[in-house]
Write a protein that binds this ligand. Sequence first.
Ligand code: TRP
Length: 344
Amino acid sequence: MAHFPELVFSGVQPTGNLHLGNYLGAIVKFVELQKTHSCIYCVVDLHAITLPQKPDELKASIREVTAAFIAAGIDPKKHIVFNQSQVAEHAELAWVFNCVARMGWLNRMTQFKEKAGKDRENASVGLYAYPTLMAADIHVYRATHVPVGEDQKQHLELARDIAQKFNNDFAESIAARGHGEAYFPLPEPLIQGPATRVMSLRDGSKKMSKSDPSDYSRLNLSDDADTIAQKVRKAKTDPEPLPSEVAGLAKRPEAENLVGIFAALNQQTKQDVLGTFGGGNFSAFKSALVDLAVAKLGPVGSEMKRLSKDDAYIDSVLADGAARARVLAAQTMRDVKDILGFVR
Ligand code: TRP
């Protein structure tokens, strides 16, 4: 396999409030990867419109995700932060991939089945083609590493299949144009393990979600200290004291979730947390969790709030990121057009 320089790409959809699950599951990892890699972080607004969106809310969400990236510590000068629709090459390459990917591949995508629900005839064509656009996001930069949640693993495998089929189908043309044996790298998923899977504060068996009707089920990044404290105090628990060993968390989903959140926020293992709190009751543990959550999330929330008053700054970050992304994406599209045999 040809060698490609390491490059990280990931995307976050601008749909609804960001919560602790997005933060621990994705954003913290993005911040971490900046230390070792060149990174491109994209607010995927083209993906958002695969489902209906209200224009004013969409715009606010694009800015909110951008603000969250910056507030959490992503450096938009050293790396690239932008919204997808400003770089037309994503949609352009997605069309090419619509002609590479097979219907049979897309028919197997579980996320489409879930999101389309029973009324599949009425789903948008975009929702069906979602994974080919995601593949284009990655491949238009020839990215090599993609941090994603467990739920996106299947889409990433599809992105690898598309790269492989493109490399195979056009092998001769790719080689003839001096690109060696493969034009697109096969991107590696960097999957967040179950340790960073954050569950609902009201029901430890459900994922923390922006669409849960109860706001008490999640900690939003925009929550202030009082709200965080209230939600943690009301979080569901069980009557037993905390166990001293991780094994004791089995079949206690709410306890496991709160211990997991504490561990992730404090960059410890669950066993470390139980070393401190095992044998104690939930009220002492919850007090400590309130302090920790306020200490870690409070500054992110207040920086997001400050940035929310400065749309001009946020928009300038996105425009600058898009301009730098476009240079890279345009080179790929020129190569792809030559490989396909388009006149340009
Ligand atoms: N589908 C991803 C999600 O919902 C978002 C996304 C779009 C993405 N394009 C991407 C993630 C490319 C990684 C790489 O989480």
